[in-house]
Design a protein around this ligand. Structure first.
Ligand code: NAD
Length: 507
């Protein structure tokens, strides 16, 4: 195997420029590895459960002060955060590449998404509106008002190491909440950098943004559990596998806390007879191979109509080996590494199961890019005649299962016949098919697209999925409501006391 230029010096220089104290990078038990080279870039100290609990107490105090700051003023802090991110975009994106293995344009895209949500939340800070409702009682007014909720716990996954925090934090902060973030133990360095940028924005903002308004906890599952179980965390937004959601969801329910769960996907696309096949080819290729198949919205199942199968699938198969796999820092590379050995092993195991179920596998082997600790693979395409068990399972790697269909209703039923419900799309120029797909009888996913792939959402829409994807929605539309509590207020400005429903109670 060949070896690549070391990631360590670059990562440390980026961290220094982003404002991270070099003293925190050594001597701890958590190894921060680069999937690009497999090297350990830093060893961080993990927070203890006691430190996590005390950070939550501090955050609660911060919330008590922050909730009194007018929302548009809170928006100013998020605007400053967006400005800090703009200034640091190239460095932070390069660090995302070093730590998560994203190719250059995807690293930049991740930071752009953070900037976009800051812009969005800044505007939103003047639009946290409620309704005035018709009341049945004379001389009364009924309205709803929205109030800050408290401390929002954010638990995030490795594959969007910084954007997921920003989707939650930008909204939570304008909503008047404090934030405590437990990033993935696989990507703690980018989190340290974001925390430093946040503190820079907070210092610029001035003293009415209290200490502990947004805090970072370094560690694994045990630290996350402190957030999940702490009575002063009324909302936990947890992004990760369905297995994680299965543990976190019931624990939150047990203490009646809110859960915003963004879990695994098993996303599908349909290529219909009328599809623009050139456009579909690009849409499918990006959605299936981009980010090395490590997006929650990655395309994993493709249903191709019989009448276009032979025109489309051989072209797609031919495109697979032409996609450059390699050092994500290099220009022109489109597919970087898997996050670690466990991801590589899971991919190989899935391909073995697919073969055993009759699948014909193209690609999928390890690529000779870096040393033994870095895991690069050729994306895999599997032609298979049914949705075998492995097809119904999310393997977090670039594997696309391709199947034929003859009837659209059957294809939609097959698409929906999995436990997950995140994202979906149809490629068609037929308006009836397009409308059927996005109708009540169509896709059952939280995201249903026409003539674009299932991945690459914009922040303006609500993001999330149904069924085992967890039901959460974050980013745009009315997702902000999850970060606030609603009160219904009825005000009597008259001189009598008419009771609702005509009840009489004269004393
Ligand atoms: P993971 O489930 O292994 O870890 C996610 C986070 O949860 C980590 O921070 C981890 O420390 C924490 N965690 C795990 N168990 C916990 C527990 N019991 N209590 C508290 N915290 C716990 O996921 P991953 O491998 O980092 O990410 C890949 C998965 O995330 C995929 O399934 C992917 O589809 C999903 N994902 C979903 C979305 C979405 O928006 N739906 C976005 C990104 C990733």
């Amino acid at each position: 195997m060949t070896s690549l230029p070391s990631a360590i010096a670059d990562a440390r220089a980026l961290l220094a420029r982003l404002g991270v104290d070099p003293a925190v990078l050594d001597g701890g038990s958590l190894a921060a590895r680069s999937p690009v080279t497999g090297e350990v870039m830093a060893r961080l100290r993990e927070h203890t459960a006691g430190e996590a609990a005390s950070a939550i107490e501090t955050a609660h105090q911060a919330y008590l002060a922050w909730r009194k700051v007018p929302a548009p003023r809170r928006g100013e802090l998020v605007r400053l955060l967006g400005e800090a991110l703009r200034a640091a975009k190239t460095d932070l994106a390069a660090l995302v590449t070093q730590e998560a293995g994203k190719v250059v344009s995807e690293g930049l895209g991740e930071v752009q998404e953070m900037i976009d949500i800051c812009d969005y939340a800044t505007g939103l800070s003047r639009q946290l509106f409620g309704l005035t409702l018709a009341t049945e009682r004379p001389s009364h007014r009924m309205m709803e008002t929205w109030h800050p909720l408290g401390v929002v716990g954010v638990i995030s996954a490795f594959n969007f190491p910084v954007a997921v925090w920003s989707w939650n934090a930008a909204l939570a902060l304008v909503c008047g909440d404090a934030v405590v973030w437990k990033p993935s133990e696989k990507t703690p360095l980018t989190a340290l950098a974001v925390q430093a940028l946040f503190e820079k924005a907070r210092a610029q903002f001035g003293p009415d943004a209290p200490d502990g308004l947004s805090t970072l906890l370094i560690g694994g599952r045990a630290v996350g559990e402190v957030l999940v179980d702490h009575p002063k965390v009324p909302l936990v937004s947890a992004t990760g596998s369905t297995a994680m959601g299965r543990q976190v969801g019931p624990r939150l329910a047990a203490r009646f806390a809110r859960a915003l769960l963004e879990l695994g996907g098993n996303n599908a696309a349909i290529v219909a007879p009328s599809a623009d096949l050139d456009l579909a080819l690009r849409g499918v290729a990006f959605a299936a191979m981009g980010t090395a198949g490590q997006r929650c919205t990655t395309l994993r199942r493709l249903f191709v109509h019989d009448s276009v199968y032979d025109a489309f699938v051989p072209r797609l198969k031919a495109a697979y080996p032409t996609v450059p796999v390699g050092d994500p820092r290099a220009s022109g590379v489109l597919v970087g590494p898997l996050i670690d050995k466990a991801a590589f092993d899971a991919m190989q195991e899935a391909l073995d199961q697919a073969r055993a179920a009759g699948g014909e596998v193209t690609g999928g082997s390890r690529s000779d890019v870096a040393g033994p600790e870095a895991f690069y693979v050729a994306p895999a395409l599997v032609e298979i005649d049914h949705q075998a068990d492995i097809v119904r399972h999310e393997t977090f790697a670039p594997i696309l299962y391709v199947m034929r269909y003859t009837d659209l209703a059957d294809a939609i039923a097959a698409q929906n016949d999995v436990a997950q419900g995140l994202s979906s799309s149809i490629f068609t120029l037929n308006v009836r098919e397009a409308e059927q797909f996005v109708s009540t009888e169509g896709s059952d996913c939280g995201i249903a697209n026409v003539n674009i792939g299932p991945s690459g959402a914009e922040i303006g829409g609500a993001f999330g999925g149904e069924k085992e994807t967890g039901g959460g929605r974050e980013a745009g539309s009315d997702s902000w409501k999850a970060y606030m509590r609603r009160a219904t207020n009825t005000i009597n400005y008259g001189t009598t006391l008419p009771l609702a429903q005509g009840v009489t109670f004269d004393v």
